[in-house]
Design a protein. Structure first.
Length: 246
């Protein structure tokens, strides 16, 4: 029996990259998965490949109405939601003196406001389920700053803080809330050998490589599952040792 047998999971940003890896592993481990993205064609293809226990829905995570539609869809298809993986997000390299207010606000709206809306929207469904697990995909940039990433760092630090607040507020409903903090992971955003070498060099990765999406998914699976039943409000780091010396 899989670790997520009988669970209903919502995973955002899952048409490709880390989110796709999460969706594949969750279905493999027995979950019924609703996964969302703005990339509709890729999402529909993945849902067909994953079979009867997977459904795709197009979703703007920065829109409260869209969140209600996603949760309603999940309940109609599979029942009350047990697991929410707030995975979708964007990054942007801009120094403080260069970034515009519009650029800054766009990153905040997607990376910070989006997960906030998701936690708020899923709460009634998890109350119906009687328990739940929310995993917010933050970043090592949610516990350390990085030159040129003021908007991204701001959003991920906020997500780390929101996780701790939600963990306290949701505990009475038997809902756990944790954050996962990846370092550089091989995704469509980091795919060339030059980019990979640059990340290893610039960030000083003790394990001397970038991580694979499947490695992050295994950690997310643990945090989402009942194996982590006594963990809430915690930060789970997966970064090849980057933050070990910070």
């Amino acid at each position: 029996m899989g670790k997520l047998e009988g669970k209903v999971a919502v995973i955002t940003g899952a048409s490709r990259g880390q989110g796709e890896a999460h969706a594949r592993l969750f279905v493999e481990e027995g979950a019924k998965a609703i996964f969302s993205d703005i990339l509709e064609e890729e999402g529909e293809e993945l849902a067909k490949e994953l079979g009867d226990n997977a459904r795709f829905i197009k979703h703007d995570i920065s829109n409260a109405g869209d969140w209600k539609r996603v949760i309603d869809f999940a309940e109609a298809e599979f029942g009350p939601v047990n697991i929410l993986i707030n995975n979708a997000g964007i990054d942007l390299f801009r120094k403080i003196e260069e970034i515009t207010e519009e650029e800054y606000n766009r990153v905040i709206k997607i990376n910070q406001v989006g997960p906030f809306l998701g936690m708020k929207a899923v709460l009634p469904s998890m109350k119906k389920a009687g328990k739940g697990s929310i995993v917010n995909i933050s970043s090592i940039n949610g516990i350390r700053g990085e030159y040129g990433f003021v908007a991204y760092d701001s959003s991920k630090f906020a997500l780390t803080g929101m996780t701790k607040t939600a963990a306290q507020e949701f505990a009475e409903y038997n809902i756990r809330v944790n954050s996962v903090h990846p370092g550089p992971i091989r995704t469509p955003m980091i795919d060339s050998q030059d980019e990979i070498a640059g990340f290893i060099d610039d960030l000083t990765v003790p394990l001397n490589r970038v991580g694979e999406p499947e490695e992050v998914s295994k950690l997310v699976l643990f945090v989402a599952s009942d194996d982590a039943s006594y963990s809430t409000g915690s930060e789970f780091v997966i970064d090849g040792g980057i933050t070990a010396s910070n």
